[in-house]
Design a protein around this ligand. Structure first.
Ligand code: UDP
Length: 327
């Protein structure tokens, strides 16, 4: 049995590859390398450079490699870009996913793991967010993912495609051995940006908004270590392989850190006191997004190993140092 991983050369997909390889599986990666990097993959893992909506290619891979499950990571993920290019996002994240799901069903695949996002909740009325909180996405990105969740729900009823929908909160950090991490240029995510400031890749960074109704006036997010997130995917795969029904699960620790707390952690762990500017709010940022975070533990037996902001930052910094040696 082999897993086909779309977007497996990207940040999160490559960590699932590492997790599978660590337990003796050899997945097949399908990636167009638009934002991924072949060097994030361990030796011996086949990388097929191509499009997930290339039906003939995907059919060939499924037939040739005894594929029993698809983990679908390939997507565009920058929320502000989705606002300026909604149709591009609906094409990549929704239309191409539809084609991939169709190909999977016609090729007899019964197990599907889908990378969804906390962005499907939009600006929720209740906090913390649970899986039963009503999704009301406010960005094309969130909508592009929620539509796929709906397609998968319908495909399950009609065709028996069992799906694990994993809704990621704020993914951060890097592989503890620095084999993979966030390598995409022009990063916008807080921990990556702060680590770039700490390692001198940027002169300073900005805090977007200090007047939110939170404990220190800055936004609060539920940061999850990418290796713990990858482990959740492997457990989701085991769950489906055991013949259990698909589920929708939030992937988060269930507690949040503010922007200022993150910056303090990066300064503490790196020992670098980089300049920080206080800037106005960034459009569309909700004050707080924190998950309830218990359901995934119960459902999958998920036991996070890196639920510690300083550890997340330490691993992110180590990967930044590795990236610097490649530049
Ligand atoms: N943020 C910030 N400075 C930055 C990048 C992000 O103050 O350079 C803030 C951002 O406004 C938000 C939080 O950090 O309140 C998390 O943002 P990120 O882009 O990492 O993730 P998001 O929650 O938007 O998906």
């Amino acid at each position: 049995m082999t897993v086909l991983i779309t977007g497996g050369a990207g940040y999160i997909g490559s960590h699932m590859v590492l997790d599978l390889v660590a337990r003796g599986e050899t997945p097949i990666v399908l990636d167009d390398l638009s934002t991924g990097f072949g060097w994030l993959l361990p030796d011996g893992v086949p990388l097929v450079i191509g499009d997930m909506a290339d039906t003939a290619l995907v059919q060939r891979l499924i037939a040739a490699h005894n594929i029993d499950a698809i983990a679908h990571f390939a997507a565009k993920i920058v929320v502000p870009d989705s606002v300026s290019d909604p149709l591009g996002y609906y094409e990549s994240n929704t239309s191409k996913a539809r084609t991939l799901i169709d190909t999977a069903i016609k090729s007899g695949i019964k197990r599907f793991i889908f990378s969804s996002t906390a962005a499907v909740y939009g600006e929720p009325d209740e906090m913390p967010v649970s899986e039963t909180t009503r999704p009301m996405p406010v960005s094309p990105y969130g909508r592009s993912k929620l539509m796929v969740e709906w397609m998968l729900e319908d495909a399950r009823h009609a065709h028996g495609l069992e799906t694990m929908v994993l809704r990621y909160f704020n993914v951060a950090g890097a592989d503890p051995m620095a084999r993979s991490g966030q390598a995409t240029p022009r990063a916008t995510h807080l921990i990556k940006v702060a680590c770039e400031a700490a390692t001198g890749k940027r002169d300073a960074m900005s805090v977007f908004g200090t007047d939110y109704a939170t404990r220190d006036g800055t936004c609060i997010r539920d940061y999850i270590h990418v290796s713990d997130l990858a482990a959740a995917h492997t457990l989701a795969l085991d769950h489906l392989r055991a013949g259990k029904p698909g589920m929708t699960l939030n992937c988060a620790y269930g507690h949040g850190a503010s922007v200022l707390e993150v910056i303090a952690a990066v300064k503490r762990v790196s020992g670098v006191d980089f300049p920080v500017h206080y800037a106005p709010r960034r459009a569309g940022d909700p004050p707080e997004i924190v998950a309830k975070g218990d359901q995934i533990k119960t459902a999958l037996g998920w036991a996070p190993r890196f639920d510690d902001l300083d550890v997340i930052v330490q691993h992110a910094l180590a990967f930044e140092a590795k990236l610097a040696t490649r530049a």
